[in-house]
Design a protein around this ligand. Structure first.
Ligand SMILES: CC(C)(COP(=O)(O)OP(=O)(O)OC[C@H]1O[C@@H](n2cnc3c(N)ncnc32)[C@H](O)[C@@H]1OP(=O)(O)O)[C@@H](O)C(=O)NCCC(=O)NCCS
Length: 180
């Protein structure tokens, strides 16, 4: 992978090892999604993206087609977040299509853990670039991505995800530097 390894310190634990993210929280496990997670995955997605959640059939088929590219945070009863990342068929680019942490679990490093694990998995592959879109006003996500080394191309892509849905495109591992 063209992404410099030093940017992604490998997590000090196996991804399926339980960890506690906040005082009083049940231990969480980060693991690959299963079909049985679909109701919880839908719930989390609807909670985090109430205005534009994935329709049932889209999440269902994301699991069918690339379930190995969905990591979930599970406390044994509920899911508290997920990341979905999909590589283009030429293996050149991976898009992070969705990253979500439940509102009551934010600010505890979970978003970063999900991203680091996705990047750790991608490091073993021949992916040249990791890309994602983010709303220009989404300061928390932009900061997270920047601290992981993602950079923008310096412009807002108007209507990128539909009318009024402007997005920044952030890239990690491009041949040339972006604009942080
Ligand atoms: C973006 C999101 C996934 C971050 O998850 P999180 O678990 O709260 O993030 P973390 O605790 O791992 O924080 C990682 C970094 O993000 C940045 N960050 C997180 N919350 C922030 C905030 N409120 N303001 C500014 N920066 C913030 C910081 O750089 C932070 O690093 P630090 O803790 O070392 O300062 C979460 O806020 C979320 O689900 N938001 C709604 C959905 C969304 O916007 N998804 C991304 C779409 S592109």
């Amino acid at each position: 992978m063209a992404v410099p390894e030093e940017r992604f310190p490998v997590l000090g634990h196996r991804s399926d090892q339980a960890f506690v993210a906040g005082v009083g929280d049940r231990p969480l496990t980060m693991r690959g999604v299963t079909e049985a997670d679909l109701p919880e995955l839908l719930r989390v997605d609807r909670e985090v993206f109430p205005e534009e959640p994935y329709p049932y059939f889209v999440l269902r088929q994301h699991i069918d087609v690339h379930g190995d590219r969905i990591l979930v945070l599970d406390d044994g009863e509920c899911l508290h977040g997920y990341v979905l990342f999909v590589t283009t068929t030429d293996g050149y680019v991976c898009w992070v299509l969705s990253l979500a942490v439940s509102a009551d679990r934010r600010g505890r490093g979970l978003g970063r853990r999900l991203m680091l694990e996705a990047l750790r998995q991608l490091r073993r592959e021949r992916v040249h670039e990791v890309r994602l879109t983010v709303e220009p006003a989404n300061a928390a996500a932009i900061m997270l991505y920047r601290t992981l080394g993602f950079a923008t191309d310096g412009r807002v892509h108007r209507d990128y995800l539909g009318p009024g849905e402007d997005r920044l495109i952030m890239t990690l591992g491009a041949a040339g530097p972006g604009t942080a």
